[in-house]
Design a protein around this ligand. Structure first.
Ligand code: XUL
Ligand code: CO
Length: 437
């Protein structure tokens, strides 16, 4: 069997003192953190699109990536090489999952019929690999945004034939995800949004999006796909205004269309910051609504206003993210999918390995610190004490819905000398630093 990452052996944990760049400093897969191993907590996944499809092309120049399949010509042979490379990379990194769009794993042909045949052939090959590998599919999705037919969107296109085509594509992608034992199915908006209201029937587009998701729910029942449906919010890019703007918007949309019980969120760090939120904010909104499903693990650059999809190395961010995941009770079907790409200057295949090691170590360290924060309880105790006024007296009556404006007015007239306590933000930030360093 051809090895695509020839210079790389299985990446091992060597600990903090190690100077080996091809070893983990923090990610120790079998180490237990509060009764679960790191592997069980973190559930890492490799993203097929960036890792095998990404070339480093940008609007100013072509791709720079040097990849072992560069000299293969036939698109189906390239696709097969990437399947082999995927299992090799996941196994060498000890990453238990991967994720894909339909068009990442198999090339599109000139008819939908042929395209589906290509997909079937590659899916059969992936199934073969899965027989002897422990690597599993975290989630599948459909790329209903790259092909020019999706110029005006997919389920929100003004063209009903495009809606139908997208439905056929998602139907097939769901079947394939089920066939490969995918634990989730993701809907990211793609081009579901608009550029100008001058040409847009927003109400019809949103209703069509709702109808489309309902069809997906119905079809999942029909074929017995019991994976979790996830929606991945993003505020802009590619369209100026994406309908799945952020978690709060998506939850409102799902409730309006009676779909909220079927979906959870797939929160991507860079999408959160594009929405002018923090990563932790989006995770918190999902968690308190019992909708934290999975994470697209990456980071943006706060100096740039687009989706840079960098590998996550910021330990503050990974710590606060893992704090939310632990508080949510951990992942069930979800995990940490590295929806992240190499910088254009990092063009060698080995950079893929360094990048994943960096991301895995950053989340392992974040997990350890987050666990310490929760176990120690200082921050949680502070928050609890801050809201103690709702645990007795008038506060408890408010929380229990026992009082209205009239009772509260009577209370306020008798208690109008208000005393507030400090929010102690800087003290808490220093406490957080104490856990980190
Ligand atoms: C785009 C993005 C997608 C989704 C899957 O910004 O994040 O790759 O994760 O379609
Ligand atoms: Co993503």
């Amino acid at each position: 069997m051809t090895a695509y990452f020839k210079n790389i052996d299985k990446i091992k944990y060597e600990g903090k003192g190690s100077e080996n760049p091809l070893a983990f400093k923090y990610y120790n897969s079998d180490e237990k953190i509060g009764g679960k191993t790191m592997k069980e907590h973190l559930r890492f996944a490799v993203a097929y699109w960036h890792t095998y499809q990404g070339t480093g092309a940008d609007p100013f120049g072509p791709g720079t990536a040097v990849r072992p399949w560069d000299n293969i010509q036939d698109p189906m042979e390239i696709a097969k090489a990437k399947v082999a490379a995927n299992f090799e990379l996941c196994e060498k990194l000890g990453v238990p999952f991967f994720c894909f769009h339909d068009r990442d794993i198999a090339p599109e042909a000139s008819t939908l019929h042929e395209t589906n045949r290509n997909l079937d052939e590659i899916v059969a090959l992936i199934k073969e690999y899965m027989k002897t590998s422990e690597v599993k599919l975290l989630w599948g999705t459909a790329n209903a945004f790259s092909n020019p037919r999706y110029v005006h969107g997919a389920s929100t296109s003004c063209n009903a034939n495009v809606f139908a085509y997208a439905a056929a594509q998602v139907k097939k992608a769901m079947e394939v995800t089920k066939e490969l034992g995918g634990q989730n199915y993701v809907f990211w908006g793609g081009r579901e949004g608009y550029e100008t209201l001058l040409n847009t029937d927003m109400k019809l587009e949103l209703d069509n999006l709702g109808r489309f998701l309902q069809m997906a729910v119905d079809y999942a029942k029909e074929i017995g796909f019991d994976g979790q449906f996830l929606i991945e919010p993003k505020p802009k890019e590619p369209t100026k205004h994406q309908y799945d703007f952020d978690t709060a918007t998506v939850i409102g949309f799902l409730k309006t269309h009676g779909l909220d019980k079927y979906f959870k969120m797939n929160i991507e760090a860079n999408h959160a910051t594009l929405a002018a939120h923090t990563f932790q904010h989006e995770l918190r909104v999902s968690r308190i609504n019992n909708m934290l499903g999975s994470i697209d693990a990456n980071q943006g650059d706060l100096l740039l206003g687009w989706d840079t999809d960098q590998f996550p190395t910021n330990i503050y961010e990974t710590t606060l993210a893992m704090y939310e995941v632990l508080k949510a009770g951990g992942f069930t079907s979800g995990g940490l999918n590295f929806d992240a790409k190499l910088r254009r200057g990092s063009f060698e295949a080995d950079d893929l390995v360094y990048a994943h090691i960096a991301g895995m170590d950053a989340f392992a360290k974040g997990l350890k610190i987050a666990y310490k924060i929760i176990e120690d309880g200082k921050i949680d105790d502070f928050i609890k004490a801050r809201y103690a006024s709702y645990e007795t007296g008038i506060g408890l009556d408010i929380a229990n819905g026992k009082v209205g404006f009239k009772e509260l007015e009577k209370y306020a007239l008798e208690n109008d000398q208000i005393k507030n306590n400090s929010g102690r933000q800087e003290l808490l930030e220093n406490i957080l630093n104490g856990y980190m360093f």
